[in-house]
Design a protein around this ligand. Sequence first.
Ligand code: S3P
Length: 438
Amino acid sequence: MKLRIDGRGAPLHGCLTPPGDKSISHRALILASLAGGRSRITGLLDSADVRATAEACRQLGATVRAEDDSVWVEGTGTAGLKPPSAPLDMGNSGTALRLLAGVLAAQPFASELIGDASLSRRPMRRIVEPLSRMGAHIETAEGGTAPLRITGNPKLKGIEYRPAVASAQIKSCVLLAGLYASGRTCVIEPQLSRDHTERMLPLFGTPVEEPCCVTGGGRLRAADVVVPADISSATFFLVGAAMLEGSDVLLRGVGLTPTRDGILHVLERMGAAVEHRETRRHGTETVADLRVAHAAGLRGIDVPEEWIPSLIDELPAIMALAAVAEGTTRIRGAAELRVKESDRIAVMARGLETLGVTVQEFDDGIDITGGPVTGGTVDGAGDHRCAMSFCMLAQRASGPVTVTGAHHIDTSYPDFVAHVQALGGTVEVLLAEADGHD
Ligand code: S3P
């Protein structure tokens, strides 16, 4: 997909509800599939990644159906999953693949998890290792990547696991396997990653004990899940409005779990105030309407390393904002960015340089010195968050910008282009299909 932006600083104006939270949507579908009875999910993200999870849940025996304004899931019960007749294709989604691997490791049948080219490059030893310690049998491709061939062992044993990195995908994978294991399974992280799994399990009748432990052998009961708007998708407009003179945007119903709200702290520190309106409770999550207006005098900051897990997916957008801020923004402790849907440090560095921005790459981060942004052609490299970040920065460029490799925007935000246009931004689809840029 190829997008063209000729914004030249036109402001963003108006209000919209960003799409449902991707992390919560995957978890809602998986837990509802494991529960006995009929669960209702409201606000589920309808995107390629979440559809991959829904399809895998169907292949494993759950019924997933959209009706009225909700998605209804008839679960199989924890013991009722059926062997899939074909490999489960997780497309571009690391969350779908890693979380389902935890469930499948404990089943009395074999299964195979596959993904697209990007997902097939991402590291899987980080989940194979703890699952193997629990007694699972998993074969990877050479290099520790997908496809994962899982033999399935219904006699897993609980472990205490201390992952080297703060990763909600590792944590959730191990906890899901722990639902089936003998005894307790605990995950002790170096820093707290997003905690949606821990928040959602009790809703399905499964307690999570301190610090982060489940006891195997229980049952999940059906639940009602309300999915808030995704703060990671809202971020593009928070950042866009902050950098475009005359902007004023209201984003409705955005999920504000403290493990995800690092972007708001960064915006504040860079000089953009985000006003919270009508903070309220939506099921297990807190949500608010967020209002952000243009901030004159944005300044570069050192992003505190301890904030990284709470804004990991927002870093490409933060890099875009840093490109127009006064001074240098320093990001460190973010080596995980190199193993996301793309190497996000390299992809953002190349694109920013093309638009005339001064950057210096480090193994675990980047320095970005703000200044004028020119037109040019940048490559989103098939990474949804990089492509959308470039689109927002392009609104500020002095000339037209073409963003190639933007087709995977539909993994998290299928309405992105329409939403930019609805707020008065300029973005035009030059080519709707994949354009060979990964
Ligand atoms: C996610 C966890 C994060 C994040 C990803 C979604 C999740 O990945 O980057 O987009 O839903 O658990 P890691 O767990 O690998 O940090």
